[in-house]
Design a binder for this molecule. Sequence first.
Ligand code: AKG
Length: 260
Amino acid sequence: MSNLLILTPEQKKFYDENGFLHLPGFYSEDEVRALRDEFHTMITETEGRPKNMSISFMKQAEGYEIDPFNPKNVSGMMDHVLASDFWFDHFAEPRIVSVLVDLMGPNIDFHNGKVRNKPPGFKCDQSWHQDFPYERHSKPELAAALTYLDETDFEAGATEIVPGSHLKGEWESFDGTRIKDENVEEGSWVVCKAQPGDVAIISVLVVHRAGHNYTNIARHAIINEYKTMETVDQWNNRCALAGLPLARNGKPLWEKIQNR
Ligand SMILES: O=C(O)CCC(=O)C(=O)O
């Protein structure tokens, strides 16, 4: 009998072997509508937000239009979880926390949350990387949950992932974080083609990169990261709500604030 809360044994095995797990349609159509509505409000009403919710805007790329869903061309936000109860519920809600319990163990804490958009013409210069050197802990027991709000295919900035790369530990980098293209074998990666409401969980050790967006439609995603209670921060994580306990002994701790 499986002790998993929400995932199938096959999904858990896939994650253990590949270092990521794509969960198509994790959010229902109604939930995606609510996510997109709230997201639109967050990226258009950017004034008067908490000071440590930092917001980045991308200059309109030459030859590309502005997507009316993202009229200010917001490319990123750190600590969007401070924006409203809705975004607290999004990272803390039992279903997503249950996924992390199934993948990482019974005691889960929040690590940090951000918005990661790819406006039309977005070029990713971050290259192949593992998240671990950016957020070092005593053990690599962290994972990111990417919630996609748009159809995101190869030419639209899809996330690219090297399956199984987490099993080789830390890869050599040329600047402390980024991995040279030639160290990633041609054809060894997969393109995570996503639909609105899909979630991808990626291990902190899996090699991945964000693609470029060659379309006139902006691509929007939320990236919430989680850690085990047992791994200790060595990065000096000052992100909002870092370390907040989310599950203990295999039980998610928070109900939706908005249902109360
Ligand atoms: O935006 C993406 O597709 C990937 C994000 C990423 O590489 C990261 O945040 O480390």
